[in-house]
Design a protein around this ligand. Structure first.
Ligand SMILES: NC(=O)c1ccc[n+]([C@@H]2O[C@H](COP(=O)([O-])OP(=O)(O)OC[C@H]3O[C@@H](n4cnc5c(N)ncnc54)[C@H](O)[C@@H]3O)[C@@H](O)[C@H]2O)c1
Length: 310
């Protein structure tokens, strides 16, 4: 039997996730959105690319959750996106309600699924999905680090005029301005970045990565990035569906790792058929730990706002 991936939210990120999943023939796809006609129309359009692109999967669009039953993975992209001048945190209240709605409906019909959360503010939305689903922590994972490292890798490769494929980067922490790009652990085919770029240049690339989302929002004016975000979410889904066990930076629920307890924060994890199969706790310098704790504190502030609403 073919696998099934549900994508909730048929907007820019969601529709592109559906398109990429179909293109890779990872699974049958169900696209769900509250707007009548949008998921149906987009699903049909994606399906009709199949004969040209050469893929054979079912792509269904729906406003209700019945067709999502027994999904192996549920990717949640439902929610508002940023506009110029907005931070990810400005989306908190509206997207908390949407995340509760989407999660509760999806998990009721797919109790064994693995949830990949994409909606912002990412780490806080993971916390909402984790609490509403009641799923074990290995089955709730957030997409942020794969995108943030992709941005960092792109900037490094462009600066050095080398292939992006040779650049490995590590970004930890929350998906916000306090994210922690770890220069010490990033390299080009094993060559440490510090041997290739001046301290000043590295600082500029780190800052550009931290503001990578806002840079695109500023260009687009009407929404936020979606090509790279959908590529990142689908890389995670592929690692799970194919049990590839890729080691990727993702938001995971920490219970003491790095001195963080009861919060979703971006760390390196192994992603396989069981979702998060391992959280890597690597040795950080005092300065890196302080940056990670600052980032975790920013996540905690948002989670506290959600808790206070209850
Ligand atoms: N984690 C990341 O790195 C990352 C990257 C990019 C975007 N995002 C976030 O992903 C989310 C989606 O971004 P986008 O660009 O696709 O936005 P979008 O506005 O294009 O699409 C969002 C879709 O969600 C739908 N929706 C709203 N409420 C819903 C509900 N209750 N159930 C089902 N669908 C619902 C809307 O109708 C809309 O089609 C935003 O919150 C954005 O900030 C996160």
């Amino acid at each position: 039997m073919r696998k099934k991936i549900t994508v909730i939210g048929g907007g820019n990120v969601g529709a592109n996730c559906a398109l990429r999943i179909a293109g890779k023939e990872l699974a049958d796809v169900v696209l769900v959105d509250v707007v009548e006609g949008v998921p149906q129309g987009k699903a049909l359009d994606i399906l009709q690319s199949g004969p040209v692109e050469g893929y054979d999967v079912k792509v269904t669009g729906s406003n209700d959750y019945a067709p999502t039953a027994d999904s192996d993975i549920v990717i949640i992209t439902a929610g508002l996106a940023r506009k110029p001048g907005m931070s990810r945190d400005d989306l908190l209240i509206a997207n908390t309600a949407i995340m509760k709605d989407a999660t509760s409906k999806a998990v009721a019909l797919s109790p064994n699924a693995i949830l990949i959360i994409v909606s912002n503010p990412l780490d806080a939305m993971c916390q909402v999905a984790y609490s509403v689903s009641g799923f074990p922590k290995n089955r709730v994972v957030g997409m942020a680090g794969v995108l943030d490292t992709a941005r960092f890798r792109t900037f490094i490769a462009a600066e050095l005029e080398v292939s992006v494929e040779n650049v490995t980067a590590v970004v930890m922490g929350g998906h916000g301005d306090t994210m922690v790009p770890l220069v010490r652990l990033s390299n080009v085919s094993g060559i440490p970045l510090t041997e290739l770029l001046s301290e000043e240049k590295l600082k500029a690339l780190v800052e550009r990565t931290q503001n990578g989302g806002a840079e695109i929002v500023k260009h687009l004016k009407t929404g936020s990035a979606y090509y790279a975000p959908s590529a990142a979410a689908v890389e995670m889904a592929e690692s799970i569906i194919k049990d590839k066990k890729k080691v990727l930076p993702c938001a995971a629920y920490l219970e003491g790792e790095y001195g963080v307890n009861g919060l979703f924060v971006g760390v390196l994890v192994k992603l396989g058929a069981n979702g998060i199969e391992k959280i890597y706790e690597i040795k950080l310098s005092a300065e890196e730990t302080a940056m990670l704790h600052k980032s975790a504190a920013a996540v905690k502030e948002l989670v506290d706002v959600i808790e206070a609403q209850k």
